[in-house]
Design a protein around this ligand. Structure first.
Ligand SMILES: Cc1cc2nc3c(=O)[nH]c(=O)nc-3n(C[C@H](O)[C@H](O)[C@H](O)COP(=O)(O)O)c2cc1C
Length: 181
């Protein structure tokens, strides 16, 4: 019975990538790095692979990479206000730099969007004025974060009963259980 919810969450994630205005295009991506502090930020979901790994783009100098290096367990939150669906994902993050996958994605990015990964100074560096951002000409600091989920939690608010389902991965199979919402 839980299969329909699994299919729905997969479809919603795919729509986040393929439909420009779908709410799952954006997620809140949490890391826990030094000082054991939860760090949250918005990221664009770029791809969902066949085995449900999630692909994100970032700058390899960003703080989230330092956190992932210390602790590769991450949490991701999606919310669709149109159907009151929340999806929480826990997974293991892997950073990909300078490999064929990175090249493939880099070549698909429009040139005016590439500049996001080419600032001279690292993201988060203090500057005196927001117009004083310099960009590199040839070099870039683009990389990919790939998250392999091990837990998914579906929550849909609806009447008469809300529906909450936890999917846990054991080896390659997903096991599900309904939870009190
Ligand atoms: C709508 C929106 C989309 C964003 N998408 C991305 C993204 O895809 N990749 C990224 O690295 N930062 C993205 N950001 C910026 C991040 O939220 C964050 O500020 C930045 O990555 C630095 O995070 P960090 O210092 O925790 O590493 C986005 C911000 C907003 C507001």
């Amino acid at each position: 019975m839980s299969e329909i919810f699994f299919k729905e969450l997969k479809d919603e994630l795919q729509k986040g990538v393929s439909e420009k205005n779908h709410p799952f295009r954006y997620c809140t991506f949490a890391t826990v790095g030094n000082e054991r502090m939860a760090r949250l930020r918005t990221l664009v979901l770029r791809e969902v692979t066949q085995n449900l790994s999630l692909i994100f783009y970032t700058d390899k100098r960003s703080k989230k990479l330092i956190h992932i290096k210390e602790n590769n367990k991450v949490s991701i939150l999606f919310y669709n206000p149109k159907n009151l669906l929340q999806l929480k994902i826990e997974g293991l993050a892997r950073v990909r730099i300078d490999d064929a996958i990175v090249e493939k994605h880099w070549s698909s990015i429009q040139s005016n969007h590439r500049k996001d990964y080419t600032t001279s100074k690292a993201p988060g560096t203090s500057i005196p004025n927001p117009d004083l951002i310099e960009y590199l000409n040839k070099e870039n600091h683009f990389c990919i974060i790939e998250v392999e989920p091990f837990k998914l939690e579906y929550l849909k608010l609806k009447r008469p009963n809300h529906i909450r389902v936890r999917f846990s991965k054991a080896d390659i199979d997903w096991h599900s259980e309904f939870l009190v919402p």
